[in-house]
Write a protein that binds this ligand. Structure first.
Ligand code: NAP
Length: 284
């Protein structure tokens, strides 16, 4: 069997077109969805990420503001900026790019964002909303994985999903979202004994570890859906995921490539969340 490729670029493009259409409709009512992105320091990867986020906003017609500060910005000054953005009616979403310099308590900063503007979905209120199945913002990367799964047309109800990884930003919310989609969910992590015994039972596998070749072909049930969140480098310095793509695609039914799978979805879901934040304001 050769797996069908889940094309993240195509799914992202479709969603961004829908965001642009809904944004235009909202502008007709006098509201332009606005995203504020705060970058503290000079981390090169962070600079690339925030640049992509701002560019994606512009392309979809959203208003965006990039605030850049030196690495010696005080925690108090950052908290004051977040509070000002909380009060700013032209801003519907606030994103503080992580990591922050060591002298700033990232948790405190994230918790200072108004939950109504927490479009990254990292606030405890957003995590609680996901856990209880109440309205909130789903964090962008796992939410993007759900959209990729939906693009296959496969109904997740009753499927056995195995999530490898339990981070607060990917693994745990991923598991909760799959649960909300009525999958039966197993979470694996570094202390899991016999990972293969779990993955071999899975109809859906989401790998979010950060180590290449974590999932190999002998660990996958024929026909399973494989979502690869990992971002690693191979020996040639090329971007690769957690999955041994070349061999797993011969066993799986569906698979995401790296690059071109989950990657394009993260920024896309940020646009979706920001638009939805503005639509909620418009709805009163
Ligand atoms: P993380 O915080 O480092 O978490 C990694 C998880 O993998 C941990 O829960 C860890 O278990 C688990 N793990 C480590 N070794 C394992 C093993 N041998 N078997 C099973 N589980 C193991 O990383 P993250 O933030 O979740 O990110 C995971 C990967 O996704 C990274 O490559 C990251 O770059 C990528 N990522 C991509 C995007 C995107 O947009 N494409 C977005 C976010 C993250 P313990 O909890 O026991 O330590």
């Amino acid at each position: 069997m050769t797996a069908q490729i889940i094309d993240g670029n195509a799914v992202a493009k479709q969603l961004r077109t829908e965001v642009a259409q809904r944004t235009a409709a909202l502008k007709g009512k006098g509201i332009t969805p606005g995203l504020a992105v705060i970058l503290v320091g000079e981390d090169p990867a962070s600079k690339v990420y925030v640049g992509k986020k701002v560019q994606a906003c512009e392309e979809a017609g959203l208003h965006s503001v990039l605030e850049r500060y030196d690495a010696d910005l005080t925690e108090a000054a950052l908290l004051a900026r977040v509070e000002a953005l909380n009060q700013d009616p032209s801003i519907h979403g606030i994103l503080v790019q992580l990591p922050l310099p060591a002298h700033i308590d990232a948790h405190k900063v994230i918790e200072s964002i108004s939950p109504a503007k927490d479009v990254d979905g990292f606030h405890v209120a957003s995590a609680g909303a996901l856990m209880t199945g109440t309205p909130g913002f789903w964090s962008c990367t796992p939410y993007g994985c759900i959209k990729l799964l939906e693009s296959t047309g496969i109904d997740l109800r009753g499927k056995h999903a195995v999530v490898i990884g339990r981070s607060n930003n990917v693994g745990k919310p991923m598991a909760l979202m799959l649960l909300q989609k009525n999958a039966t969910v197993t979470i694996c992590h570094s202390a899991t004994k016999d990972l293969k015994a779990h993955t071999l039972q899975a109809d859906v596998i989401v790998a979010a570890v950060g180590r290449r070749d974590t999932l190999t072909a002998d660990m996958v049930k024929p026909g399973a859906v494989v979502i690869d969140v990992g971002m690693n480098r191979n020996d040639q310095g090329k971007l690769c995921g957690d999955v041994d793509f070349a061999n797993v695609k011969e066993v799986a039914g569906w698979i995401t490539p790296v690059p071109g799978g989950v990657g394009p979805m993260t920024v896309t879901m940020l646009l979706v969340n920001t638009l939805e934040a503005a639509e909620r304001v418009a709805a009163g």
